[in-house]
Design a protein around this ligand. Sequence first.
Ligand code: NAD
Ligand code: A1AUG
Length: 552
Amino acid sequence: MSYPQTASLAHFKLPAIDNEPMYSYAPSSVERQKLQAAVEEMRAQAPFEVPVVINGERIFTGKTEKQVNPSEHKQVLCTFHQADAALTQKAIDGALAARDRWEALPFNERAAVFLKAADLLSTKYRYKLMAATMLGQGKNIWQAEIDTAAELADFFRFNCKYAEEMYHQQPPKNAPGVWNRVEYRALDGFVYAVTPFNFTAIAGNLPGAPALMGNVVVWKPSLMAVYSNYLVFQLLEEAGLPAGVIQFIPGPAIEITETVLASPDFSSLHFTGSTQVFRTLWKNIANNIDNFKSYPRIVGETGGKNYHMLHPDLESSDLKHAALQTIRGAFEYQGQKCSATSRVYVPKALAAEYKSYLVQEHAKITQGPVHEFQHFSGPVISQVSFDKIKSYIDYAASAEDCEILAGGKYDDSVGYYVQPTVIATTNPKTKTMVEEIFGPVVTVYEYEGSFEETCKLIGETTEYALTGALFAHNRENIVMGTNLLRHTAGNFYVNDKSTGAVVGQQPFGGGRASGTNDKAGSLTLLTRFVSTRSIKENFVPIEDFSYPSNLQ
Ligand SMILES: NC(=O)c1ccc[n+]([C@@H]2O[C@H](COP(=O)([O-])OP(=O)(O)OC[C@H]3O[C@@H](n4cnc5c(N)ncnc54)[C@H](O)[C@@H]3O)[C@@H](O)[C@H]2O)c1
Ligand SMILES: N[C@@H](CCC=O)C(=O)O
């Protein structure tokens, strides 16, 4: 095998890494016009055809599925070809063949691919990728902007910064005549990235972060996000990612996963999705443990049942703020964020006022297809999702301990529309306070017990610990709540909503059933995709094998 030139004749400095600036898309702004053109063009040209891509080769298997536009489900956004077990094996073999050359490339060359990808994304691909995420995944403009333009570019750029920091971490001591080094090797095999539908950025980061660290990756995208994910793959190719480093294989999850886990070279799972699927994967990995060459790294970020906790010390203006943040936290992107606000704890004395703000603001929400830019709310992703969310609303409508305060309607005749819904309950452990719904439904519980008891209740109500927010006025109460709620959320907010973590600002992930908490967008995550080698070099020959302590 011939290797590329690998000399690195300087310690290169990365360009300054910053968050991608976000555009406003105000009416008549240039960016809004460009986005409108991209959306219209995409709607007119769909359906697109998406192949499997292995070693850079486009493979049209003929075994196809469709990704529809959830705003108007008769419209097919793309028809995609699916990989089977044989193609998955081909993808694994190809990735392993690409591995040595990719890992041997100096870090600055690997970083350059991702820095270029981020720049392509924020310029040439920005509106196309946003349009694909809007039409394929049902995001409105702002939700698409924070996801595909900002967060994905941030992941690519900040990963480079964190990797550079990691590479600088070297042993602090060298004995006389010795030089100690630590080398951050890629994992010994390939990484399997299994990605969710709801964030194009997460879909790009799950294969992207391990690849930056020198790994090769087999990427199985969500079948409900194939088109935007394929564009991400194409932009990585255009940025110079060598063929085979990331293999793009949409297809049946179980068949692909069985082939992956049968490979002795499987070295890591990088997963984001539901808790149930993650647990299944974990068990399957454990059951195959005797087959693997190394102990696979398992990294998974999963579900949430995220809360807003209101302290009794809140004043009227604080309550209005908390209600507005609840509307955003619960209903942005139709509640389809793992971090979505899904349960609220409000002291009884403040409940009437808080709920009146919620109902008043809820009445201003409009819902419609995402190509009509004015709507705050759009469709949920699929028929399965629609049916599941509907079943929770039906439950609340008939349960004695629940009352629907606002919303509660749904209609799947044109698109998968579920009205943002506010439920009030007298039972802190009613179904909608406990289970992840992953839709635009929030339940409000009026607490009569003390603040301390209710913080305890929050921790005992669900198996999740992803995000949570405390709304309180006085500093001492903020400190007390922060301490009492310590293990209830991996991302904790004070006087802010439970959603909207920004790469480089709030590394993201939760504990308990919500995941391994390796924190997407951080150095910690990158450490999971390297296997360090300690190197000790001795400069001074020895003259005797015995030690002074051996002398008589
Ligand atoms: N914690 C986080 O950072 C985070 C971020 C985004 C989404 N999520 C969670 O993801 C879920 C929503 O996303 P989703 O609907 O795409 O999740 P999902 O679990 O249904 O699917 C995620 C991925 O797993 C694949 N999959 C499904 N069944 C599988 C199986 N048996 N074996 C292997 N792969 C399988 C899917 O095809 C998809 O690619 C929610 O629970 C949400 O909370 C968590
Ligand atoms: N990181 C996102 C949520 C990702 C899950 O879907 C947030 O902080 O709102």
